[in-house]
Design a protein around this ligand. Sequence first.
Ligand code: ADE
Length: 225
Amino acid sequence: MRIDIITVLPELLKSPFEASILKRAIEADLVEVHFHNLRDYTTDNYKSIDDTQFGGGAGMVMMVEPIDKCISALKEQREYDEVIYMTPDGETLKQGIANQLSMHENIIILCGHYKGVDQRVRDQFITREISIGDYVLSGGELGAAVLCDAIIRLIPGVLGNETSALTDSFQDNLLAPPIYTKPREYKGWKVPELLFSGNFPKIEKWREEQAYERTKKLRPDLLDE
Ligand code: ADE
């Protein structure tokens, strides 16, 4: 998979890709992540990427030309499955969206700034708009990093244990069950006995029940979906 991220702040975005699972995925060639600085696609001496709103109104708007130049240059080189715009008014990111996107070959992610992008960018290029939650960030970069993390860990081969993404919270609209490791007892706090029984069908059933109970208590909305 290849992800091209268009941003005015590439330095803000790089560090999540330089550690842990994302770093290993890149080193193992399971994913390529490329950063494109929008200012490299400007034509004026000031490298302007934004301007005031037509019709008046507070806040700057990202201009269509540099974005067009950047996206068009990328599209000349390969086909893209999706051109995603990170914005608080997009569809809220859910595990299902990450699952879908992880199956693509090539995606572009455009990070918005200021008031956002000129509507013509959305009309002409954007195939999907994604928000990471109902709050406003100062730019799309942190959202793009969250989206990339959610996608990349699902690419086959990225997680050591192939099944571990399948048992994540949300995969079946359920939260994950409780998990334990050594020691068996700490300060009198015990691990449930059943987990030492070796009765794996029973353990599996217990985990399913726990996941259901936890979801009912903490996120009942997931059970309605
Ligand atoms: N840009 C600003 N706020 C955002 C959000 N909540 N999600 C994605 N991109 C954003």
